[in-house]
Design a protein around this ligand. Structure first.
Ligand SMILES: Nc1ncnc2c1ncn2[C@@H]1O[C@H](COP(=O)(O)OP(=O)(O)OP(=O)(O)O)[C@@H](O)[C@H]1O
Length: 358
């Protein structure tokens, strides 16, 4: 059985041309990211069988669409979660969840109690949707989608209708879904913070085409990534907490570097995801003996890109070509230090944050 989701589409929707050939993993969260109108929703709707664009769609070795086959939506084992949860107002949370379970003919691998626990629904189970917050309603909608026993969960901007606080509340449940369930998720978003926190695999879309597709940091920090010019650009690396010192500083081992972070709420051995914002990284020719900066790492400059007239982005390699991150410095600083590609320098990282525990 194939361990891939293949989405190869080439055709038009009105005046819009969609032309993608994606191979996505059958596990974890794959984010479809790009500006409004680039085709994110059109891809999701095609996977659901709601758009009919010529091409091939295969999920885990099963063909949902090719030149002879086109499974109707009700025969595709998907769960679909939209921006706004559309729950049945006259049914309780439990009945809404069970509605998802009733609609499936496949044997239940995903159990009601597990879903309720994973999404923290126990306390809400007898309530009416009218008495739930936006984030709670969205959790119920996800639970309902899961109980239909999908092989693939499609989520179209499921967080965008929530305010900051509701988003912060619901994000840990998404992380729990990620670790607690084996179902792959296709996740549409135009919020880079959601990508940093949730995505394992990232597809960058522009005008109906995929400009990059791959593991999260490989795409974020690819030398030709179009993202580096963003003022909020950050690298996101997987790591593991090695130890926590009595003063609260944790050592995180990531790829080939050790990073020091504030370790509140971390446990030794725990997997984490760390974020290094390019604007928090500065460059020195030698290690400063009298600096407050905890993370000063030897790196090689592998690429220098100008951003506008006054700033420069440096792509930095801390070792053997993995765990790349960037520094964003002024053009004046780059000139003063006479920085060149291929040179070894010290990267001073003012702050490293933990974006997710996994
Ligand atoms: N059924 C359709 N008929 C004609 N044009 C369509 C159809 N569906 C989508 N489009 C057009 O295709 C383009 C891509 O739309 P899509 O909704 O996939 O973008 P998106 O990346 O999801 O955008 P957003 O982030 O704003 O939701 C848009 O220009 C849209 O108007």
């Amino acid at each position: 059985m194939s361990d891939r989701i293949k989405i190869a589409l080439d055709g038009r929707l009105g005046n819009f041309n969609l032309n993608v050939d994606l191979a996505l993993p059958m596990r974890g969260i794959s984010a479809l990211f790009g500006p409004s109108g680039c085709g994110k929703t059109s891809i999701l709707r095609s996977v659901a069988g709601l758009n009919r664009i010529p091409g091939t769609i295969q999920v885990g070795g099963e063909t949902w669409q090719n030149h002879t086959v086109f499974l109707p939506t009700h025969r595709r084992p998907i769960g679909y979660v939209f921006q706004e949860a559309s729950l049945f107002p006259h049914l309780s949370v439990r009945q809404n969840l069970l509605y998802g379970a009733k609609r499936t003919r496949s044997p239940g691998v995903i159990r009601f109690d597990d879903v309720a626990e994973l999404l923290g629904l126990g306390r809400l189970i007898d309530r009416s949707p009218a008495n739930l917050s936006g984030g709670e309603r969205q959790r119920v909608a996800i639970g309902r989608a899961l109980l239909s026993q999908p092989s693939l969960l499609l989520m179209d901007e499921p967080l965008s209708a929530l305010d900051r606080q509701a988003k912060d509340e619901i994000l840990p449940y998404f992380e729990a879904l990620h670790t607690g369930l084996k179902i792959p998720i296709l996740f549409v978003t135009h919020d880079i913070a959601e990508v940093e926190r949730l995505a394992d695999h990232l597809v960058l879309l522009r005008e109906g085409k995929a400009v990059a597709s791959g593991p999260l940091n490989e795409v974020l920090s690819a030398p030709d990534s179009p993202l580096f010019a963003r003022s909020d650009f950050a690298a996101v690396l997987g790591g593991r907490v090695e130890r926590i010192d009595p003063d609260g500083i944790a050592t995180v081992q990531s790829d080939n570097m050790r990073l020091l972070v504030l370790g509140d709420r971390l446990q030794p051995g725990e997997p984490v995801r760390v974020r290094i914002a390019a604007s928090d990284v500065s460059i020195a020719r030698s290690r400063a003996a009298d600096s407050s900066i905890l993370n000063a790492l030897p790196v090689r400059i592998i690429r220098i890109d100008d951003i506008g007239a006054h700033e420069t982005s440096l792509l930095l390699d801390p070792g053997n070509g993995t765990g790349l991150f960037r520094a964003r410095i002024s053009r004046r600083s780059a000139m003063r230090l006479a920085l060149r590609e291929g040179e070894d320098v010290i990267a001073q990282i003012k702050s490293v944050s933990i974006v997710a525990n996994r």
